[in-house]
Design a protein around this ligand. Structure first.
Ligand code: SPV
Ligand code: MG
Length: 433
């Protein structure tokens, strides 16, 4: 008689007693086939792997009782189940949250097509397992792991997505939000410490008034509760003599990239455009600043990205391209091109023209004004990093203001309560150690 096929998928870097329990249970039903989730799928719904994919494959191959190891390319099981047609899929019963519910539904839908069965066994959750999971997260938080992750993501993702953070709480949103939509999982890859939002959170204008000591304090607050890589908005970078120290500090902290803009003097936010006086730095000065930063950095991981303000300041496309070439030649690891037009046309034109002559240097864009453009379109024009630079702050502020207004209006809090996060949820929002 042919042995029944039992399938399970692992998306882990460390095998612990929970996984062994699954294998032991699976063995009772037949031949055990284990899928190893690809890195690309893992970063869309779980945390970043701490060991290479080859190591993860090897770890699973070495487990006693596993007869076959396959690669599961996607989080959802369609392709794998269709190919293997297992009699059983076995999984722990930890189906909480949106993602896990979607996965369970997906497994059941696929099995039902030919009469396969889902076996759900009690999920192993004890102190030891908890400690192992915490260890993996702590490893990802360490500077040497976090810093290089942006470069790793650039080679793994069609487009790297960063969201603005300015506190531990916004950091947690960037870290933990995972969405399943149209059978696809997604989460943010990286965090942007925006000068606009960091300043706004402190009730200050975005004019390099919040000093670097304070900005680094924000980075630290975010780092303490997250594992994702950080792109720091370095404004003009200040004097070159100061910029080199900043590069060292950020690199040591485990920040992955700084973006510095080619402006000089009193910086004002780019979205003011030419409505306020803003001075662009000369190509020579700014190239020298980039080169000085690159000369002091100590690792291969850290990136200095040059931000070009020519389109913002209406100096034209040719000027933007001349600067892109010069800053890249001075050592910039990427180019950020900015625009305050609603239409993405000038951004896309820049990307197309720059890509004609340079296939490699990463391009970064911040679609605040030209927000109709999709990530796919941007990727199609050669963009590598998209930054959603201020949307968390802009969504929180009107909600808070409305609540304040309504409490004043009704002289009590009942009217606002239904749109607030329940107390039980805020009390448990933050995990304790
Ligand atoms: C920021 O988020 O602070 C930026 C992007 O620098 S922008 O506000 O569009 O200039
Ligand atoms: Mg800024």
């Amino acid at each position: 008689m042919e042995l029944k096929k039992v399938y399970t998928c692992f998306c882990t870097d460390v095998i612990h007693e929970g996984h062994i329990n699954i294998i032991n249970n699976a063995k009772k039903y037949g031949e055990v086939i284990v899928g190893v989730l690809s890195d690309a799928a893992m970063i869309r719904y779980n945390q970043f792997p701490t060991v290479s994919f080859e190591e993860r494959l090897q770890i699973v191959k070495n487990i006693e009782g596993v007869s076959q190891v396959v690669i599961q390319k996607e989080v959802l099981y369609d392709e794998t189940i269709e190919k293997l047609r297992p009699d059983y899929v076995i999984h722990g019963d930890n189906w909480d949250g949106e993602s896990m519910t979607a996965i369970r539904r997906n497994i059941l839908n696929n099995l039902q097509k030919y009469g396969g069965e889902l076996i759900e066994i009690p999920y192993t959750f004890n102190d030891n397992v908890r400690r192992i999971d915490a260890r993996m997260r702590e490893k990802l938080m360490m500077p040497e792991f976090r810093r290089k992750r942006l470069k790793q993501l650039l080679s793994m993702r069609p487009i790297v997505k960063a969201i603005e953070v300015h506190s531990g709480l916004t950091g947690l949103i960037a870290e933990k939000t995972v969405v399943e939509h149209n059978n696809e999982f997604d989460q943010f890859d990286a965090m942007w410490i925006s000068s606009l939002c960091d300043s706004t959170a402190k009730g200050k204008p975005d004019i390099e008034l919040v000093d670097m000591t304070s900005r680094c304090r924000t980075i630290d607050d975010v780092m303490e509760v997250t594992t994702k890589p950080i792109i720091f908005d370095g404004d003009t970078g200040g004097l070159t003599e100061h910029f080199v120290y900043l590069v060292r500090t950020l690199e040591r902290m485990g920040v992955s990239a700084i973006i510095v803009e080619d402006k000089t003097g009193l910086k004002k936010n780019s979205l003011f455009g030419t409505e306020v006086e803003q001075t662009q730095d000369s190509v020579e000065n700014f190239s020298a600043k980039i080169a000085a930063g690159k000369a002091v950095q100590l690792t291969e991981d850290f990136m200095i990205i040059a931000r070009i303000e020519s389109l913002i300041l209406e100096r034209g496309m040719e000027d933007a391209l001349i600067r892109a070439r010069a800053f890249r030649d001075a050592g910039a690891d990427g180019i950020m091109i900015h625009s305050r037009k609603k239409d993405p046309a000038e951004i896309l034109e820049f990307c197309d023209r720059f890509r004609e002559e340079d296939k490699k240097t990463p391009i970064v864009v911040v679609p605040t004004s030209f927000h109709s453009v999709t990530e796919d379109e941007l990727a199609g024009h050669g963009v590598n990093i998209v930054i959603y630079a201020n949307q968390l702050t802009r969504s929180a502020f009107p909600a808070m203001e409305q609540t304040a207004r309504d409490i004043l209006k009704y002289h009590r809090a009942e009217e606002v309560d239904s749109r607030l996060m329940p107390i039980a949820q805020i009390l448990t929002l933050i995990d304790e150690l």
